[in-house]
Design a protein around this ligand. Structure first.
Ligand SMILES: [Fe+2]
Ligand SMILES: [Fe+2]
Length: 267
């Protein structure tokens, strides 16, 4: 089930939560930046495309979109890219050289409708300037988030995601203390490579993000957070390298899940 909410001035979130057996609920967000040149940030899981497109249309006429910022090419972000490009000839995709390459393996992007923005580079979309930012954690090396000058919002892609025991709240600020454990768990799953990092180097990278001082932190997998939450989000992420590695469910766990599902199924 998709729903929407106002994540920041001029920015709507389109959100759903995917239940993951034994782990909780994972928010999956995309964002609409309203303005002189409206932009969409990521789309949806491929299997949820039709419902996503119907929900998107409740916050903006998709024909009015001018830009689609693709933070990376994972299946939970690209499900509606081809449909949106087909329906709207003025829509352009902001991505990178390797973003185009990976999309070429599944839903090729028209090269004359692509803009490259790498970390540190900027693009002006009418009344706002977006600056590419490499998030400190990611699950796909091509990931590029950004800072939006108009809302002073930091878009972090998969970074700062969290698994929630129950349905996620609409705002990370309203979440309970268990969100921090859910964020660490997500970090060990989505960015397991963090267990191998030099923690001093990682701390320096977290400071790079801290110095941005955004008013809003908008992650693909966390309810919208205020800038006041950023220190907590960074401190929680700093726990991931030393956290217990995620123990992947084994065959016995799968057998138990299947037995549970068979029991729950109507006769
Ligand atoms: Fe991802
Ligand atoms: Fe994701």
């Amino acid at each position: 089930m998709y729903s929407t909410y106002r994540a920041a001035p001029d920015i709507d979130a389109i959100t759903t939560a995917i239940p993951i057996p034994g782990l909780g609920h994972l928010p999956v967000n995309s964002f609409v930046l309203h303005g002189a040149e409206p932009a969409l940030v990521d789309t949806c899981p491929i299997v949820m495309r039709d419902e996503y497109l119907a929900t998107l249309a409740t916050v903006i006429d998709p024909a009015d979109l001018r830009w689609l910022w693709l933070t990376h090419t994972d299946p939970d972000h690209i499900g509606a890219v081809a449909a949106l490009l087909d329906a709207n000839p003025q829509l352009r995709v902001i991505t990178t050289f390797f973003g185009v390459g990976i999309m070429g393996l599944q839903a090729p992007l028209p090269m004359d409708r692509v803009n490259f923005v790498n970390p540190g580079e900027t693009i002006t979309l009418g009344d706002r300037t977006l600056t590419g930012v490499k998030p400190p954690a990611f699950d796909n090396p091509i990931t590029v988030g950004f800072h939006d000058s108009k809302a002073n919002a930091l878009f972090t892609s998969d970074c700062f995601g969290a698994l929630f025991t129950d349905e996620p709240p609409e705002s990370a600020d309203a979440a309970g203390a268990d969100m921090q454990d859910g964020q660490v768990l997500w970090g060990t799953i989505d960015s397991a490579w963090l267990h191998k990092v030099d923690t001093d180097v990682f701390a320096g990278d977290l400071d790079r993000i801290r110095r941005i001082e955004p008013d809003h932190v908008l992650s693909a997998h966390l309810p919208a957070a205020s800038g006041a939450m950023l220190p907590q989000l960074l401190d929680t992420l700093a726990r991931v390298p030393a956290a217990e590695a995620f123990p992947a469910p084994d065959q016995a766990a799968l057998d138990a899940m299947l037995a549970q599902m068979a029991q729950a199924a109507p006769a």
